[in-house]
Write a protein that binds this ligand. Structure first.
Ligand code: NAD
Length: 272
């Protein structure tokens, strides 16, 4: 198998990320677009995936039959919705292939099902597939460890385009988890996701989130560590979706050689 191009299926092929992933596979050595899948009822079923992605015809028609594609393929690249990604994880486990999940907004129940599927599939899941954000996560963990909760407050600010449906972003949560790890605390019980009205003073040691939505912003994230008389800001700007798509294809190629299990981009990038 090694030495040959990895046969990849793109699910959500007509979406913003799906189209970007198709263009990226076309440009990256070692990967081949084997099939493209959209949701049943989509107007794109039967259309050429390359044409939809702006490449011109490539002879891969978009289908609504994921399992048929998975059993013949080696990996799935998935930027869809939580319900779809849970379904695809089960099918990837059945087919015993690689499943790269970029979908965000998964509930803890969804994550449990994905973890169960990883007994048979090689799953890489991350709220952000870019090298820059994963490095930012490592730096955030270090900063949160060095700048303690008695004197430093941590706030995470993000902005995305107006079509985004989940909040805070998967990346904001990834950065929150990194900060919580640095502080040795549990993010779920220590985070402040919304503030409105008379909230009272800030509780020391919590991690706050603020969400902005508008226009066509691909992804802006800042981790602000605010102390008495000084502030440290760590930030990342995404200006092109191809950073996520390159990360996803890199993850698939990496996972091809791994045992079944649930991995993150930190494993792929050697940052764990
Ligand atoms: P989008 O709405 O443009 O695309 C999603 C596509 O998935 C749509 O075309 C939709 O029809 C398709 N889809 C939904 N259910 C399906 C099913 N059952 N079978 C096949 N296709 C199905 O959204 P987008 O901007 O491309 O983002 C998709 C997801 O990826 C979001 O959760 C977003 O937050 C996430 N995202 C993650 C990263 C990362 O690096 N991890 C980067 C960008 C976006």
């Amino acid at each position: 198998m090694s030495g040959t191009e990895m046969k990849l299926v793109v699910v959500g092929a007509a979406g913003r990320m799906g189209q970007t992933v198709i263009r990226t596979i076309n440009a990256m050595p070692g990967a081949q677009l084997f099939a493209a899948v959209e949701r049943p009822g989509s107007a794109f079923i039967g259309r050429d995936a390359g044409e939809i992605a702006g490449l011109g015809p490539i002879g891969v028609a978009i289908s609504d039959k994921p399992l048929e594609a998975f059993v013949e393929a080696e990996g799935v690249l998935d930027f869809t919705s939580p319900a779809a990604s849970v379904e695809f994880a089960g099918l990837a486990a059945q087919a015993r292939i690689v499943h790269v999940i970029g979908t965000t907004g998964c509930s803890s129940g969804d994550d449990e099902k994905i973890k169960a599927a990883a007994r048979h599939a090689r799953i890489v899941k991350s709220g952000n597939m870019s090298l820059g954000v994963n490095l930012l996560g490592v730096l955030t963990e270090q900063a949160a460890r060095a700048l303690g909760p008695a004197d430093w407050d941590i706030e995470i600010l993000e902005m995305h385009h107006k079509h985004k449906v989940d909040a805070p972003s998967g990346t904001a949560l990834l950065l929150g988890e990194a900060a919580a790890k640095g502080r040795g605390i549990d993010l779920a019980s220590q985070s402040v996701r919304v503030r409105d009205g008379h909230t009272g003073a800030r509780v020391a040691g919590t991690i706050g989130f603020a969400t902005l939505r508008g226009g066509s912003v691909i992804g802006e994230h800042s981790v602000i560590l605010a102390g008495e008389g000084e502030q440290v800001t760590l930030s990342h700007s995404a200006t092109d979706r191809s950073i996520f798509a390159r990360g996803a294809v890199t993850a698939a190629l990496w996972a091809r050689g791994q045992k079944p299990g649930l991995y993150s981009m930190l494993d792929v990038l050697g940052l764990s």
